[in-house]
Design a protein around this ligand. Structure first.
Ligand code: OGA
Ligand code: MN
Length: 385
């Protein structure tokens, strides 16, 4: 996925890199007049990118999850200049945002999911804590961002214990993979490197695909990226999946970001999109294999309000939908539905101390990008190695 070294044909100008550098720059700050902010569209951008509003219907085959607004009120847009790209402005209610943030911070980093900390474990010959979030925020250990800290002379043992804690502090987490684990070295998936794909995230992505594409979607792999205010993600394409006809569904939480969406070569000048907590981007059709990047993460003006649970909010009347079983035999998805529904509706009963979650996301951003790896019914191609 990180394809920073990929080159463009010599005759082509690398307009992708040009825009990446522009939006990454801090001093002087970049001109943001071309930035597409779907909550405040300029008429120039509407014309320049061919921005069209989309309207969706409630899908009949799959009930909506609590924590999500009904599909007919979603604020969704396409860009004629980038066919297949769909932006959905935060369709989550505050309980939904809380639920998914909790899953990404508290649950998904645990084994058997794979993370960048697995490599640190191998180096240290020592297991990371079973629950990274609890271990990091219950011990009150500060994050040591300077990994080169020297051991002081006399209390070596305690110091090295402390260093191990620091090495496994949550702030060292960069990514987690779910389902088929992406191999960052050879940029492949393999049949055996796999853990169960979380059923709640599977359901959410199937629901989004049913609304946007009226199609069956098999989420088989996801990468959860953990960003900070100074993080960037270099330009790349996601082409390691065997099925490129199924979309990539990308969901963001926390601080704002600039997302660059280019063409299949770097010679296309990318569009820059302002993403906020809860926003969803879909890359399908021609943009499924397009270059994209995150040159900047920045402080949001409305992050807190997007998931604050207020009395009288629409979450109070949130409920599970009644499932129409007369339509046919119950599928596994519908079996899962009831328990996922209960989990989301009961998130506030868990007595979660939200302070550390909010504090983390005041400085951080999470992105989940969900992929279908195989075509429907396809088996894993036999390895040629
Ligand atoms: C990725 C990706 C985009 C984002 O993980 O492959 O492109 O918005 N993420 O973080
Ligand atoms: Mn990507």
């Amino acid at each position: 996925m990180k394809m920073a070294t990929e080159s463009v044909a010599e005759t082509d100008v690398d307009l992708f890199k040009e825009e990446f550098k522009k939006y990454k720059r801090r001093k002087p700050p970049p001109d943001l007049s071309d930035l597409i902010d779907f909550t405040n569209l300029t008429s120039t951008n509407k014309v320049k990118y061919g921005i069209q509003k989309l309207s969706f219907h409630k899908p009949d085959c799959i009930p909506c999850l609590p924590g999500l607004r009904q599909a007919h009120v979603w604020n969704a847009y396409t860009l004629e200049k980038f066919p297949g790209f769909v932006y959905i402005g935060n369709p989550f209610k505050s309980n939904g945002q809380r639920y998914w943030m909790y899953r990404c911070l508290h649950d998904y980093p645990s084994k058997p999911n794979v993370s960048n900390l697995d490599f640190i474990e191998q180096q240290l010959g020592r297991e990371r804590p079973e629950n990274l979030w609890d271990a990091s925020y219950s011990s009150k250990s500060e994050c040591d961002t300077n990994s080169k800290t020297k051991l002081s002379s006399n209390d070596d043992k305690t110091n090295s214990d402390q260093q191990d804690v620091d090495k496994f502090h949550f702030c060292k987490l960069r990514w987690v993979t779910l389902g088929y684990h992406y191999n960052w070295n050879d940029k492949t998936y393999s049949e055996t490197e796999k853990s169960d794909f979380p059923s709640d995230l599977a359901y959410l992505s199937k629901y989004i695909a049913a609304v946007v594409h009226s199609s069956v979607y098999n989420p088989e792999a996801a990468i959860v990226n953990y960003y900070y205010l100074d993080s960037t993600l270099a330009g790349h394409t996601d082409h390691s999946e065997f099925d490129h006809s199924a979309p990539i569904i990308s969901i963001s939480f926390g601080q704002d970001a600039i997302f660059l969406l280019g063409g299949v070569t770097k010679a296309v000048r990318p569009a820059a999109v302002h993403l906020r907590s809860g926003d969803i981007c879909i890359m399908s059709g021609l943009t499924r294999l397009s270059y994209h990047a995150v040159p900047r993460v920045f402080q949001s003006k409305c992050f807190k309000s997007s998931f604050e649970m207020e009395a009288g909010s629409d979450c109070e009347e949130d409920k599970c939908e009644t499932i129409n079983t007369a339509a046919g035999p119950k599928s596994k998805d519908l079996d899962d539905y009831t328990s996922i529904c209960d989990q989301i509706l009961n998130i506030h009963k868990k007595n979660i101390e939200w302070g550390p979650y909010e504090a983390h996301l005041e400085k951080g951003r999470i992105n989940i990008s969900i992929r279908q790896v195989l075509k429907d019914g396809q088996t894993f191609p036999k390895s040629t190695v």
